[in-house]
Design a protein around this ligand. Structure first.
Ligand code: XUL
Ligand code: CO
Length: 436
């Protein structure tokens, strides 16, 4: 079998190692809070960014040097399978995520595209059987092709809607074949640019219809995956309907879909919505819909989805804090929806980027576990809300109050004494845990 990457197996060498091609913090079998690290951190390779991204941007063409390219798109698809499995095995990554169109090419007809995906995914399945590698989630790319220029489920063109449904059916069948435990819906072009040409009510109703029939097919087909919606506020359209966790929750409740979907939270999408990554994770967690994570980060000085590898230790720590408070991600994991920079065009850069991301989350997990063990934030927060444990607070908490009663109470107790929120000392403590 041809070897596509010069880099060898990446090992854990510990925090003192100066070897860039070694893990400093990710020690997969090490136990953290009673579970091996690799179970807390079910890392996944994104098929699209890792095997398909070629480095082009609005101003220039491809830059990536890849040994698995070929003239024939089907030959390239098979080579990508080999290269992808070699890459995951060398990094010790046990999961992958894919779109239909990054696993196999789009062909002249839909029937041929379906056949191409059947063939390549058969080969993926063979490789899965020879290794320990599993499918975390599948999805359909209903946004690249020009037929989707005005959206898929929200397109004004019913034929585009039907085509999207066909792609989703095929992608769900493929996910089932590969044993995927989750299926993702990112809203692609489900949004609009101007109200001068848009019937938003029809579009939202149609989008809900698409999700409803996909939900039904998930059961009917026996896929039974955890269905996930991935919120994103803008890009490619100006107003994406799945803006953020709270918006998606409102949408799901409007259409009676709230018990069928959880969410896949992406860091860069959170910051595009002017939220922190932790905010989105927290909103998903407290509503019981935190399903999986797209691990990446944006550049705060650039206003678009840069999909960089996550290296910010504060964000990773607070993300893992939310994951631990959630009791883990269940069937979900951490998919590196991240791409190397255009100037990082060598094969080695791909490895280095994944190592940086995996180590950042591993370190974040270690710190978050310690924070929780020591109940640092919990005990402070508990004390901060103490007024709801007795007296009038206890009645409010139990929803056993009326406006009249509270008015009588407040007239008698109109000197409200607050306590300090202590943000600075908590930030100092967090720093201490990170620096330790
Ligand atoms: C786009 C994005 C997608 C989804 C899957 O911003 O994040 O790659 O994760 O379609
Ligand atoms: Co994503």
């Amino acid at each position: 079998m041809k070897e596509y990457f010069k880099v060898g197996k990446v090992e854990y060498e510990g925090a003192k190692s100066k070897n860039p091609l070694a893990f400093k913090y990710y020690n997969k079998e090490e136990m953290i809070l009673g579970k091996p690290m690799k179970e807390h951190l079910k890392f996944a390779m994104s098929w699209w960014h890792t095997l398909c991204a070629k480095g082009s941007d609005q101003f220039g063409g491809n830059t990536m040097e890849r040994t698995f390219e070929a003239k024939d798109p089907m030959e390239e698809a098979y080579q990508k399978v080999d290269a992808g499995f070699e890459f995951m095995e060398k990094l010790g990554i046990e999961y992958f995520c894919f779109h239909d169109r990054d696993m196999a090419p789009e062909m002249p007809t839909l029937k041929e595209s379906n056949e191409a995906l059947d063939k390549v995914s058969d080969y993926v399945l063979e490789k899965m059987k020879q290794t320990n590698i599993k499918c975390l989630w599948g999805t359909a790319n209903c946004f690249n092709h020009k037929r989707y220029l005005a959206g898929a489920g929200t397109s004004p063109n019913a034929d585009a809607f039907a085509y999207a449904a066909a792609q989703i059916k095929q992608a769900m069948d493929t996910t089932k074949k590969l044993g995927g435990k989750n299926y993702v819906f990112w809203g692609g072009r489900e949004g609009y640019d101007t109200l001068l040409n848009t019937n938003t009510k029809m579009e939202l109703d149609h989008y809900a219809t698409l999700l409803t029939i996909a939900r039904d097919y998930n059961k009917k087909s026996g896929l039974n995956a955890q269905l996930l919606i991935e919120p994103k506020p803008k890009e490619p359209t100006k107003h994406q309907y799945d803006f953020d966790v709270q918006t998606v929750l409102g949408f799901l409740k409007t259409y009676g879909l709230e018990s069928d979907f959880k969410m896949n939270i992406e860091a860069n999408h959170a910051t595009l919505a002017i939220h922190t990554f932790q905010h989105e994770l927290n909103m998903a967690r407290i509503h019981g819909v935190l399903g999986s994570i797209d691990a990446n980060q944006g550049d705060m000085l650039l206003g678009w989805d840069t999909d960089q590898f996550p290296t910010n230790i504060y964000d990773a720590t607070l993300a893992m804090y939310e994951v631990l408070k959630n009791g883990g991600l269940g069937a979900g994991g951490l998919n590196f929806d991240a791409k190397v920079r255009r100037q990082s065009f060598t094969d080695e850069d791909l490895f280095l980027a994944y190592i940086a991301g995996m180590d950042t989350f591993a370190k974040g997990l270690r710190i978050a576990a310690k924070l929780i063990e020591d109940q640092v934030l919990e005990s402070f927060i508990r004390e901060r809300y103490q007024s709801y444990e007795t007296g009038i607070g206890k009645k409010i908490e139990a929803k056993e109050v009326t406006l009249e009663e509270l008015s009588d109470y407040a007239i008698k107790h109109d000197q409200v004494n607050n306590t300090s929120g202590r943000q600075e000392v908590l930030e100092m403590l967090l720093n201490q845990y990170i620096f330790e």
